[in-house]
Design a protein around this ligand. Structure first.
Ligand code: FEO
Length: 170
């Protein structure tokens, strides 16, 4: 059985993951608008990953006999200054989410909820990957420094990301 505090915090995290999905979907739309369909593809897969994260929390709450409460999802930003700015913001966002996961871990420790502590370990590892993959693209975009030919090449590379590939990495 989940404590009331733990249940409230896990429900809040469903909302945070859904908001993450919304941000990435908005970033996908931004890239579609720039005709950078490879970047848009990468973002759409990221959107799917975030909804899968939200569903992991959803399923876990039910597994523990709790109640899922869906909260309103805030509107995401719509425009950014450049592709580099998008990925800098994605990286910053993932660092923020890592902080939220750490707070959940702290709460599970406080509540002596070992099952939730164990459940959260997957997210602790996932956040290391999430930060690293966004940062890797920030570094590539810094090197490219707005060069159109190099941006085109990176766009083609980003088009290769597939959901199956992501599952293999897990
Ligand atoms: Fe659900 Fe990108 O962390």
């Amino acid at each position: 059985m989940l404590s009331e505090r733990m249940q409230t915090a896990l429900n809040q995290q469903i909302n945070e993951e859904m908001y993450s999905a919304y941000i990435y979907l908005s970033m996908a739309a931004y890239f579609h608008g720039l005709n950078l369909d490879g970047f848009a593809n990468w973002m759409r897969i990221q959107y799917q990953e975030e909804t899968a994260h939200a569903m992991k929390f959803y399923d876990y709450i039910y597994e523990r006999g709790g109640d899922v409460t869906l909260l309103p999802i805030a509107g995401p930003p719509k425009t950014w200054e450049s592709p580099l700015h998008v990925f800098q913001e994605a990286y910053n966002h993932e660092c923020k989410v890592s902080g939220l996961i750490n707070e959940l871990v702290n709460l599970a420790i406080e509540e002596k909820d070992h099952a939730t502590l164990n459940f959260l370990q997957w997210f602790v590892s996932e956040q290391v990957e999430e930060e690293a993959s966004a940062d890797k693209i920030v570094q590539s975009l810094r090197l490219i420094d707005g060069n159109p030919a190099a941006l085109f090449m990176l766009d083609r590379e980003m088009a290769q990301r597939s959901p199956e590939e992501d599952e293999d990495e897990e």
